[in-house]
Ligand binder design. Structure first.
Ligand SMILES: [Zn+2]
Length: 96
């Protein structure tokens, strides 16, 4: 009968120790996670600067005297315009 008594007791002990482990395990990496958060915050702080630089490069709307070739997808000057295809303007480089 002693074994019967021990069986449920072990399960309780196991679950108790598991809970203790679950509680103790996340608390340990939490300090490292906080450290990582610090670095990621630094990265986020650097983010806006990078996006600003990217915006300066990306925002290049074609001017009135420019067109975007449908063949090479480059913004060309109107003087480089060769003909209008069914898809759109084609530059002289692509038409040649
Ligand atoms: Zn082209």
């Amino acid at each position: 009968m002693a074994t019967d008594y021990d069986a449920p007791r072990r399960q309780e002990d196991e679950s108790d120790s598991l809970d203790a482990l679950k509680q103790s395990i996340p608390s340990k990496p939490k300090t490292t996670a906080d450290d990582e958060n610090d670095t990621s915050e630094y990265a986020l702080a650097d983010g806006p600067d990078l996006s600003d630089a990217e915006l300066d490069v990306v925002v290049l709307p074609p001017q009135e005297n420019e067109f975007t070739c449908v063949e090479c997808f480059l913004v060309k000057h109107r003087t480089q315009f060769d003909h209008e295809s069914s898809l759109g303007p084609v530059c002289k480089d692509c038409a040649a």
